[in-house]
Design a binder for this molecule. Structure first.
Ligand code: PMP
Length: 401
């Protein structure tokens, strides 16, 4: 039966319905500010949004979107290759290329389309992709479509990557595409890009970095993990999204290679989909301007990230080796994690509940994402909510994964 494979998911959904909780697809009924909303009838601090700089609710970005809707209408109703390239899209491509200090940029309708589109198009039959084993689903989807040979290296393990590059012999130099992320989305760990870039320098090949969670967050001017690691010159393609630190939706690829202009016309995820609405492009342009000119937002984000990380760590919770705007508490029991998620909601804190395969191992995660828009008091409320889980016996550090 076609539907048999969905039975375990249906059972899982039914068990959640019995518990009257909806950790997946929890409906936001109202947005009160960049850091607060009403979710499932409760006023909560939003601590699971990826709105790292709080720009989704910045008055300047909202105004830019309003003006663009007034001027250009609500949608483009067409692909970039047909009627969907407005002056706004072109301007954003120029601005994002300039932001990255390169000459070429493509703007996509989503971050997923950017990553999937680039990974599926850059390498093809006869080429070989070396991807981090904990890559995002959009990378997995892209490499599957590519027709290239796909080799997974151990998560953030440059030695394993080097071993696999060595085995490729002559093919490594011309036909290998290495794919890594900047900050990994579920645990918040940063890729060892200095070491990965050194492997590329030794064996050759091309390097693509998905900066979805690191753009606007890392690097002196917010360009991401490659900038922070000082290896931008080794990166051939940086991809990213407008849906996190830029507070909108959309994606991009930037590159120093002039070939990107030809590649553009080969990416089905770019050709066969409508371009972003002008209002989305306009707010993204404004966000990009703000992150270029207001580094204090990044500083505030990191102050908050360190505060939450240190607070949860001092409660004895397993939070990963270093502070990051993504702070995940790993647990080994599904129903205990759901109970914690619900208790956090009752305490007025919305976080992400993550279950395998979205979490990188067999663990269940309470994933917190920090924003520059959080006040210190809000961060302290989040920490107090976790402390409450401990007091209620819902979370026991020694039993956490
Ligand atoms: N790449 C990575 C690493 C991501 O985490 C995400 C989103 N979670 C995407 C790509 C896709 O971006 P978007 O949601 O903006 O389509």
């Amino acid at each position: 039966m076609l539907f048999d494979k969905f039975q375990s998911m249906a059972d899982f959904q039914a068990s959640l319905a019995e518990q009257e909780v909806a950790p997946f697809g929890a409906v936001t009924e109202e947005i009160l500010s960049a850091s607060e909303g009403v979710v499932q009838g409760r006023k909560v601090i939003l601590a699971g949004t990826n709105n790292y700089l709080g720009l989704s609710y910045d008055p300047r970005c909202i105004k830019a979107a309003q003006d663009a809707a007034q001027r250009w209408g609500t949608g483009t109703t067409g692909s970039r290759l047909a009627n969907g390239s407005f002056a706004e899209h072109q301007a954003l491509e120029e601005e994002i290329a300039e932001f990255y200090g390169v000459n070429h940029a493509i703007v996509f309708s989503t971050g997923y389309a950017a990553t999937m589109g680039m990974c599926s198009t850059l390498a093809g039959p006869g080429d070989v992709i070396l991807m981090d084993g904990d890559s995002h689903a959009s990378i997995y989807a892209g490499v599957k479509l590519s027709g290239a040979e796909v080799i997974r290296f151990k998560h953030s393990d440059p030695e394993d990557l080097a071993k696999r590059m060595r085995r490729l012999g002559d093919r490594a130099a011309g036909q290998a595409l290495i794919i890594a992320e900047g900050i990994y989305s579920m645990l918040g760990d940063v890729a060892p890009l200095q070491e990965i870039a050194a492997v590329k320098r030794e064996y050759g090949g091309y390097l693509l970095v998905d900066e979805a969670h690191s753009m606007g967050v890392l690097g002196d001017s917010g360009r991401g993990a490659a900038q922070a690691a000082g290896v931008e010159a080794d990166v051939d393609f940086s991809v990213g999204t407008f849906s996190k630190s830029l507070g909108a939706i959309g994606g991009f690829c930037v590159s120093p290679h002039a070939e990107l202009e030809a590649i553009r016309f080969c990416i089905t995820a770019y050709i066969f989909t409508a371009s972003s609405s002008p209002s989305v492009i306009a707010s993204t342009r404004e966000s990009l301007r703000i992150i270029s000119q207001e580094p204090q937002l990044r500083k505030k984000l990191w102050d908050n990230a360190n505060r939450l990380y240190n607070g949860l760590k001092s409660l004895g919770l397993p939070v990963g080796p270093t502070a990051s705007p993504v702070v995940a508490v790993a647990m080994d029991d599904r129903s205990a994690t759901i109970d914690c998620w619900k208790a956090l909601m009752d305490a007025g804190v919305y976080v992400n509940l993550v279950v395998p395969p979205a979490s990188p191992s067999t663990n269940f995660l309470l994933r917190n994402s920090v924003s520059a828009a959080h006040s210190r008091e809000q961060i302290d409320t989040i920490i107090a909510a976790y402390s409450g889980l401990k007091d209620a016996g819902l979370i026991n550090p020694s039993q956490a994964a």
